[in-house]
Design a binder for this molecule. Structure first.
Ligand code: IMP
Length: 195
């Protein structure tokens, strides 16, 4: 697929962003993402029947996944956000800092962490341990994307949208240096952009 396929919506002014089209390939179209999120939502509805859900999103990447997954759920949910910092550029530092904490007390709550992507899993392992220390009834993870290394992670990921190859991807909330988050689809970034 050509570069233009990543900007399928008429609402994005192609001429305004043309200089930034350093993308090589579309991995998932808007439609594929929405279809998969709907499937995940059905599974979550079944698994959490009769239990309250607190969706916890990790800013900023999970904004799009949270917006669409939460609206695909035909039931009540609460939503809260955390912001953590673990990355500079494309390489994981393993250092996690809380930039914004939750507003919600987790005691007795069923927490479902909503993630955009799990790469090494370092961020998530730390996050889950941190959330579990707050006395919730349960903590599970839903992620749209998972990279190969994450399969070796000790933390179990209950809901996975797509397993993807080990490439740097952008779009649908995922950024490179804060750009490309507003793409409706997900694509790979040309290596010359970040190498
Ligand atoms: P991990 O700790 O290595 O699992 O990294 C998780 C975080 O790194 C994600 O929440 C993203 O913010 C960022 N990240 C990892 N891989 C990518 C990618 O391919 N594109 C954009 N961001 C990524």
């Amino acid at each position: 697929m050509g570069k233009r396929a990543l900007w399928q919506s008429d609402s994005v002014d192609i001429s305004r962003v043309e200089a930034d089209l350093d993308l090589t390939q579309t991995l998932f179209t808007e439609e594929q993402i929405q279809t998969r999120l709907a499937e995940m939502a059905r599974q979550i509805e079944a698994d959490y029947e009769g239990r309250d859900i607190l969706l916890v999103g990790v800013l900023k990447g999970a904004v799009m996944v949270m917006a669409d997954l939460s609206r695909a759920l035909n039931r009540h949910v609460e939503i809260d956000w955390m912001a953590v910092s673990s990355y500079a550029g494309t390489k994981s530092s393993g250092v996690v800092r809380i930039l914004k904490d939750l507003d919600t007390d987790l005691a007795g709550r069923h927490v479902l962490v909503v993630e955009d992507i799990i790469d090494t899993g370092l961020t998530l392992s730390w996050l889950v341990a941190n959330l579990r220390s707050r006395g919730p009834a349960s903590v599970e993870i839903a992620t749209l994307l998972r990279k190969p290394e994450a399969l070796e992670m000790p933390v179990e990921v209950k809901y996975v949208g797509f397993d993807i190859p080990n490439a740097f991807v952008v779009g649908y909330g995922l950024d490179f240096n804060e750009k490309y988050r507003n793409l409706r689809s997900i694509g790979t970034l040309a290596e010359h952009v970040y190498s």
